[in-house]
Write a protein of this length. Structure first.
Length: 247
């Protein structure tokens, strides 16, 4: 079950909209809970909703024939699920599975597309988000090929903490193994090394980051590179200028 609702939580993409346009957009959204391992969309499904996480996070997984699939992206309150609609593509290419339980703002596809037509600021925001997400996916592919499992696990735990906005969060070794495309024993071995070095504590799926600086040092450069591209691409969006006809 997702945690209790946080009255201060927001989605940072939507927070970048001009106030009047943001209020109009939020009026068309509903808050929904996100449960750990819940599948929001499968490849080939019609995109019926867009999701803007506020306290949860969603893994983007590329299915591979004969395998469980590989995580290629992670979305939290810095992004949204369903951005393909901004490109005119109404069919999902990736599986979206909840990695961190919490809440999201959800809007149906048709109202979202109408908002895109009426709100240039939202159009600009979606273009920037798609660019940042594409870069994250490319970075993840390179990371999977060239970096050690321990470094990749450290990167993945840091990304999870960033989106959980907490020193602790829930994720199992089995889930991490599926997302990283490795055997569970490999994740267990790498997590034990990080724990023995005093960087994390792990018990029954509950992870606590004890030494974040140490974990960042153990991570590959992909973690820092990904944060920098999001800062460059989306950081200057806040706040976007209002449309001329915004009331």
């Amino acid at each position: 079950m997702p945690p209790e609702k946080s009255v201060t939580a927001e989605n940072r993409l939507l927070a970048a909209l001009p106030p009047a346009e943001r209020r109009r957009f939020l009026a068309g959204c509903e808050q929904v809970g996100l449960a750990f391992t819940q599948v929001l969309v499968e490849p080939g499904d019609s995109v019926r909703h867009v999701y803007f996480p506020t306290t949860g996070s969603v893994s983007l997984v590329m299915p591979i024939e004969g395998h469980a699939g590989l995580e290629v992206g992670l979305i939290g309150d810095e992004g949204m699920l369903g951005s393909s609609l901004a490109l005119g593509v109404q069919v999902a290419a990736l599986r979206a599975i909840v990695q961190g339980g919490g809440f999201a703002l959800r809007m149906k596809a048709v109202p979202f597309q109408r908002e895109l037509l009426e709100c240039p600021a939202l159009q600009d925001l979606m273009k920037r988000h798609v660019q940042a997400l594409m870069w994250q996916i490319a970075q993840t592919a390179a990371c999977t090929r060239f970096h050690t499992l321990e470094a990749r696990l450290a990167r993945r735990l840091l990304m999870s903490q960033d989106r959980a906005h907490s020193g602790g969060f829930h994720v199992t070794h089995e889930f991490l193994a599926r997302m990283l495309g490795v055997r569970r024993v490999g994740v267990t071995r790498a997590a034990t090394l990080l724990q023995d070095r005093g960087m994390i504590r792990y018990s029954r799926g509950d992870v606590t980051i004890v030494d974040r600086a140490g974990l960042e040092a153990a991570s590959c450069g992909c973690y820092r590179a990904c944060k920098e591209i999001y800062a460059r691409t989306l950081g200057r969006c806040r706040r976007l200028p209002a449309s001329r006809d915004a009331g």
